[in-house]
Ligand binder design. Sequence first.
Ligand SMILES: Nc1ncnc2c1ncn2[C@@H]1O[C@H](COP(=O)(O)OP(=O)(O)OP(=O)(O)O)[C@@H](O)[C@H]1O
Ligand SMILES: [Mg+2]
Length: 268
Amino acid sequence: MIKFDNVRYNHPDGTNALDNISLDIPEESITAIVGNNGAGKTTLVKHINGLLKPSTGTVSIKNEDTRNSSVAELSRNVGMVFQNANHQLFADTVKNEILFGLNNFGFNEEFIRERYEFVIELFKLRKYEDISPLKLSGGEKKRVCLASVLAWNPEILILDEPTVGQDELQKTVLLKFINQLHSNKKTVIVISHDIEFLWRLQPNIVTMSDGKIIEIGNSESIFKNQELMEQVGIIPPQIIKIFEGLKIKDEIPLSFEESCKVIKNLRN
Ligand SMILES: Nc1ncnc2c1ncn2[C@@H]1O[C@H](COP(=O)(O)OP(=O)(O)OP(=O)(O)O)[C@@H](O)[C@H]1O
Ligand SMILES: [Mg+2]
């Protein structure tokens, strides 16, 4: 559905940020992109909504070359929540921030009302409706960004570091919501350094370093590959380290409770 074909991207100052990227992201999948700072993750996803166009190679969405569409056209189907909330927020109130996309894409009034109510409740933003989003805390700003993009229900959703500054409760809301989007046949792409969050999400993982894709695989195979983890500058989830430290060969359960049971059984 999303296809990168031999993509290179050089920033205007000549920095090479993507080096011969070929990647297929299937429809209705959850994909995480991980890698060290400066690996090229944000640069990569900016190609999906057309904010950046490849220097060489092609990026296509549903077989349509992004060079042939404007960012406005692509945004209807590709919603992106930016890494830095301050780069996204611009309206005078939280309400207008959320309504902007909805009004801009020309949805009917009933749909706009329904979606507005849905996201304002989901992200617990009711009491901030009439105040400037710039006055909110970092975590709250991020929630407004999430709400304003999720409001128009795009088919592809890109979340760049969505858990930064979020407390545990909000992370759980986000996790449930991503899973819900997945069941509703959306394609979700998450960039994250939050490995514990990714372990709970169990996405397909694309690892990047120095503008290149290093390896692609499921969460367990990627996180168990120590050499790869070092190469891309991440630490595996705690539970993998515990199972390895205790030399437990069993499959690692996803829930903390189930993992405890495995460890307890071993002691008995
Ligand atoms: N506007 C720009 N002009 C020049 N170079 C840039 C620009 N934006 C990013 N870069 C460079 O491109 C490379 C990739 O940056 P990118 O933001 O994609 O990394 P990232 O993997 O998202 O990192 P992080 O984990 O820190 O968010 C880095 O070397 C960065 O310094
Ligand atoms: Mg980034």
